[in-house]
Design a protein around this ligand. Structure first.
Ligand code: FCB
Length: 459
């Protein structure tokens, strides 16, 4: 029996925030509207062999044209907060130079629309849609991109900084650095360690410059960064696998957490790859490690690792180890809620971290409407319930988790998987753009609107 949403709600503090999340490129569509220019994801998705079915973001969920209706939908789910991202190619279409007021107007309407409906706004400045024009300078492998980001951040904050509730510079640098420049899965599709190491440092620098921009325009705005920490777990108790797990931790998490929270790159990583990093200029590490008000964790699945002994294996010299749980979602990711708990404990043990939000958590299940038009996605409910229970236990243990955002508000463009992988708690029919709240959406609403313990006591 799954725990009832009402009982689950009582396990959280009264002021805990429940929200839903999306990202611009995944839902907006309207790729050429009102002065928007292409991003690296427009280019990437139009190249054969990159995205499943050669799907692209031209229309997506047509959210750009259905803004009011979608904000009503969010309100109807009874959630308190909405996490969305701002499309850089709408605001500064060529990456540098001309600012596009019409792009800013869209986010003005979005933020005001949320305010009018009593919904808090958590904006992300970069969720992977780099203006394509910046590839002319090397994209994230160029230092100049970090300064272009700073100016874009300042432009956004000058317009919206008086009304947002929180802002994050980046979503998941792991993806825009390693997955995009080393593994070649995401735009721009590079598979090159040297490129990835440059993207790493310049993304970190851009984050720090972005924090400066936020503070310059909106000094009281809670500024944060959203990570997708790999919850690394050794495939066996052998010393070799345990050492591999530590290397994996440093490569996948340490390279992002340590610069931001300690002002340095991990020693083992620098020993192995430091000579291939771009020049770290005087002052860079201070810019990167400015104090943050909050951080976000996106979590879906653990990373099980074993030692890779093959000749010439490059740092971190790891390979995948088998799943432990038999439950796997439709995208093939292992379902294992204890790793959410382990991951957060481990990160607070290693770093001096501020308060946090679970900024994304959810599951891919692709079932559509049955004959009655109902989308019965019980496995998604089970997934959400298990991970929310783990979250509540962490809070009881004293971890400062302030909120939880379900990924995602609605089915959308799942990057290299195109539209075939569905994470929404609301179903989208891409032919008609009809949105239908899934069973999980009703469940999440019941959770978000249920009275907390504090409400009971006040009554
Ligand atoms: C995360 C991304 C988000 C979504 C989910 C499934 O890595 O931040 O955009 O694609 O995965």
């Amino acid at each position: 029996m799954t725990i009832t949403p009402q009982d689950l709600r009582r396990a959280f503090p009264g002021d805990f925030t429940f929200g839903v999340a999306t990202a611009a490129f995944q839902i907006e569509g309207a790729a050429k509207a009102d002065g928007r220019k292409p991003s690296i994801w427009d280019a990437f998705s139009k190249m054969p062999g990159r995205v499943f079915g050669r799907h692209d973001g031209d229309v997506a969920c047509d959210h750009y044209n259905r803004l009011e209706e979608d904000l009503d939908l969010i309100q109807s789910l009874g959630v308190e907060a909405y996490r969305f991202s701002i499309a850089w190619p709408r605001i500064v279409p060529e990456g540098t130079g001309r600012v596009n007021e019409e792009g800013l107007d869209f986010y003005d309407r979005l933020v005001d629309g949320c305010k009018a409906r009593g919904i808090k706004t958590f904006a992300t400045l970069y969720h992977w849609d780099l203006p394509l024009a910046l590839m002319g300078d090397g994209g994230w492998t160029a230092r100049s991109t970090a300064y272009a980001f700073q100016r874009y951040a300042r432009t956004v904050m000058a317009r919206l900084g008086d009304r947002l509730d929180a802002v994050a510079t980046f979503n998941e640098p792991w993806c825009s650095v390693w997955l995009s420049h080393l593994m070649g899965v995401h735009a721009p599709g590079e598979k090159n360690m040297d490129a990835a190491l440059h993207a790493l440092h310049y993304t970190m620098l851009a984050h720090g410059l972005g924090v400066e921009a936020i503070r310059a325009e909106a000094p009281n705005m809670p500024a944060g960064l959203v990570f997708n920490p790999m919850v690394t777990m050794a495939g066996s108790d052998s010393e070799a696998d345990k050492a591999a797990e530590e290397r994996a931790f440093q490569f996948h998490n340490g390279v992002f957490f340590e610069p931001v929270f300690k002002g340095s790159y991990p020693e083992a990583f620098m020993t192995a790859l430091g000579d291939r990093m771009p020049e770290i200029e005087d002052g860079d590490m201070e810019i990167i490690s400015q104090k943050l008000d909050w951080w976000g964790m996106n979590y879906y699945t653990p990373m099980r690792v074993a030692d890779d002994r093959s000749e010439g294996a490059e740092f971190p010299a790891i390979k995948s180890a088998p799943f432990v749980s038999q439950t796997v979602t439709d995208i093939g990711w292992e379902v294992y809620a204890p790793a959410l708990k382990h991951g957060i404990e481990e990160l607070y043990r290693r770093y001096d971290l501020p308060e946090m939000y679970i900024t994304e958590n959810g599951a891919c299940y692709n079932m559509g409407p049955n004959d009655d038009g109902v989308i019965d996605d019980q496995p998604r409910i089970d997934y959400l319930a298990a991970h929310l229970k783990a979250t509540a236990e962490l809070i009881k243990g004293g971890y400062p988790i302030r909120g939880y955002f379900a990924w995602s508000l609605m089915d959308n463009f799942e990057w290299a998987e195109g539209y075939r992988m569905r994470f929404g708690i609301v179903h989208v029919d891409y032919e008609t753009q009809v949105r239908t709240v899934k069973k999980s959406g009703e469940w999440f609403k019941a959770l978000a609107t249920a009275p907390s313990k504090a409400d009971d006591m006040a009554a």
